[in-house]
Design a protein around this ligand. Structure first.
Ligand SMILES: [Zn+2]
Length: 334
């Protein structure tokens, strides 16, 4: 038995037909975890869909109304890049419920993995890039509303920039410097002391980190608290170096009560929508690095899966299963 829960339901499947997004990956991951005895049936926790009130903590009433009544404009549906259906709305409400449950379980157990979610391109008033609802933001806001959380950090390792996350949780101020042309950690924050001092009781503070390929979707990348703009072809060693720097810089500035790790599988060298060059082994070391840093500081972690478009879907499944293996290794050790 795992020392933490895997949040999952078969209904995570996204009814989008033949699509570059492998909607069947969630079921394949669960199957693989069970078949390879990496998890037992009792390790899984079944989420309920988020309520409309939960979704409205992040998204505008106008957008939610359009989704519930199937009245997105043609442009809005095109921007979403997945075919709209009422069933799809249900699946996204469920993935948000999964991230709420995973956030709660992370606070209880130290870590929880949502075998889904990570829809980081969803904005308050629209969806894009296969993302309708920002499940991670819904999880954070719900826990904050319940008085369980005041400071959260998002660590987004999907190959694509976390533009929705940055729009929902903009850094308090940013330097407005132009993006470095060939990689680099860009901190968009005021000095440390200003950050730590003005955390007046009650307000939610979210520190956002995004490591992404500079030359990829989205064209406009709103500033995160820390952006790492990686050049094409970044390999394991370079990536891990930047990730370590970003994490240590972030944790010098901010003490989160929950770390939301968006563990995209698409920095993989054989990804169809990514241009980085990480190996499957390098991606596992990435997971280990994030989880080890969090555990060493007693920061609870909730994991979501986000993207993954490997030429062979089995590779995407392996990368996502390895995240559970990494969590097991790091959170089992006394
Ligand atoms: Zn992605």
């Amino acid at each position: 038995m795992l020392p933490f829960k895997l949040v999952y339901r078969d209904d995570y499947y996204l009814p989008i037909g033949a699509h570059v997004f492998p909607a069947q990956k969630y079921r394949m991951i669960q199957r693989r975890l069970l078949d390879e005895h990496l998890a037992e049936p009792s390790d899984f926790a079944s989420p309920n869909p988020a309520s409309d009130e939960d979704i409205l903590l992040v998204h505008t009433p106008e957008y939610v109304h359009k989704l519930k009544t199937g009245t997105l404009s043609e442009f809005e549906e095109m921007q979403l890049e997945v075919p709209f259906s009422p069933e799809l709305v249900k699946a996204f409400w469920l993935s948000a419920g999964g991230s709420i449950l995973a956030s709660n379980l992370a606070l209880r157990d130290g870590i929880a993995v949502n075998i889904g979610g990570g829809f980081h391109h969803a904005f308050p008033d629209h969806g894009e890039g296969f993302c309708m609802i920002h499940d991670v933001a819904v999880g954070i806001k719900r826990l904050h509303q319940e008085g369980k959380l005041r400071r959260a950090m998002t660590v987004d390792c999907d190959v694509h920039d976390g533009n929705g996350t940055a729009a929902i949780f903009p850094p308090k101020s940013h330097t407005g410097q132009p993006l470095p042309s060939a990689g680099g950690v860009q901190s968009n924050l005021r000095p440390v002391h200003a950050q730590l001092r003005d955390s007046s009781a009650g307000d939610l503070e979210v520190f956002t980190i995004s490591l992404h390929q500079a030359n990829n979707y989205p064209v406009y990348k709103p500033p995160s608290s820390i952006d790492v703009n990686l050049p094409d072809g970044t390999d394991d060693e370079q990536y891990l170096g930047w990730l370590e720097q970003a994490l240590s810089s972030a944790l010098r500035q901010f003490e989160p009560q929950l770390l939301c790790y968006i563990a995209g599988a698409d920095p993989y060298m054989e990804d169809q929508l990514g241009g980085l060059a990480l190996t499957i082994g390098g991606l596992k070391r990435r997971d280990e690095l994030v989880l080890r840093v969090a555990r060493s500081r007693n920061i609870p972690v909730m994991v979501t899966y986000a993207g993954g478009y490997a030429q062979h879907v089995e590779d995407t499944v392996t990368i996502h299963c390895n995240t559970v293996v990494a969590a097991k290794e790091i959170f089992s050790a006394g």
